[in-house]
Ligand binder design. Structure first.
Ligand SMILES: C[S@@+](CC[C@H](N)C(=O)[O-])C[C@H]1O[C@@H](n2cnc3c(N)ncnc32)[C@H](O)[C@@H]1O
Length: 203
């Protein structure tokens, strides 16, 4: 367990009301209607979900969601928001560092139709997560990009990926549907350099 991360993120979410009304990343809103999903009751993983803006968005659109984060405080707020709307969101306290083996729950092989990983940088996890996405299932991800320009992303370069790096890692396990590197709206509405990837499991 990354104790310092857990303490840091619990402090971040403590005292903040769950952002149940927070807008999802526009990337998810843009791509969700374009996914080819066969299941009548599809299941998504919201990895490092935080207060759960993407889990709630997906559940409001008829998805079942496993929402995972290291912060129990964030998950408590999300669980309460999901209960209030009778949404199908299962909150799972999870630590992805070190990266868990692909076989432990909830990363059973082929479990998910979609995994969402927004603004949580953990490249080794992408490879492990791939096995938990069924053939034909999707990854939608956004990560902060290393840049020489000041932006609103994290100062620690460990939380950023180099240009081309995320796409190269994803391409080992997925077909890349779309990849963009550029400026998006970050914290406080300020610009942030990001990479956005839509990828699909072959098969
Ligand atoms: C920048 S926030 C992004 C939250 C959410 N994905 C979003 O876009 O609103 C990063 C999240 O990663 C979570 N996190 C950090 N380290 C983690 C770890 N080792 N395992 C699981 N979650 C972690 C934090 O608690 C935090 O909620």
């Amino acid at each position: 367990m990354s104790d310092s991360d857990r303490i840091k993120w619990d402090a971040h979410y403590r005292g903040r009301p769950c952002r149940a009304l927070a807008e999802p990343n526009p990337l998810l809103a843009e791509w969700l209607p374009r996914l080819q999903i066969d299941s009548a009751s599809p299941l998504a993983a919201d990895v490092a979900c935080g207060s759960g803006r993407h889990a709630l968005y997906l559940a409001r659109h008829g998805w079942r969601v496993d929402a995972m984060d290291i912060s129990a405080v964030a998950l408590e707020g999300l669980a309460a928001a999901a209960r209030a709307e009778s949404l199908d969101v299962t909150c799972l306290l999870s630590d992805f560092e070190p990266v868990p083996p692909a076989t432990i729950p909830p990363f059973e092989p082929g479990r998910y139709d979609l995994a969402v990983v927004m603004r949580y940088t953990n490249l080794p996890l992408i490879g492990k997560l791939a096995g938990a996405i069924r053939p034909g299932g999707y990854l939608i991800a956004e990560a902060y990009l290393k840049t020489a320009e000041p932006d609103s992303g994290p100062r620690d370069p460990a939380y950023r990926v180099a240009p081309g790096e995320f796409e190269a890692v994803a391409a080992r396990e997925f077909d890349i549907v779309a990849c963009r590197e550029g400026i998006a709206t970050g914290r406080g509405g300020q610009p942030a350099a990001v990479v956005q990837v839509i990828a699909r499991r072959p098969g």
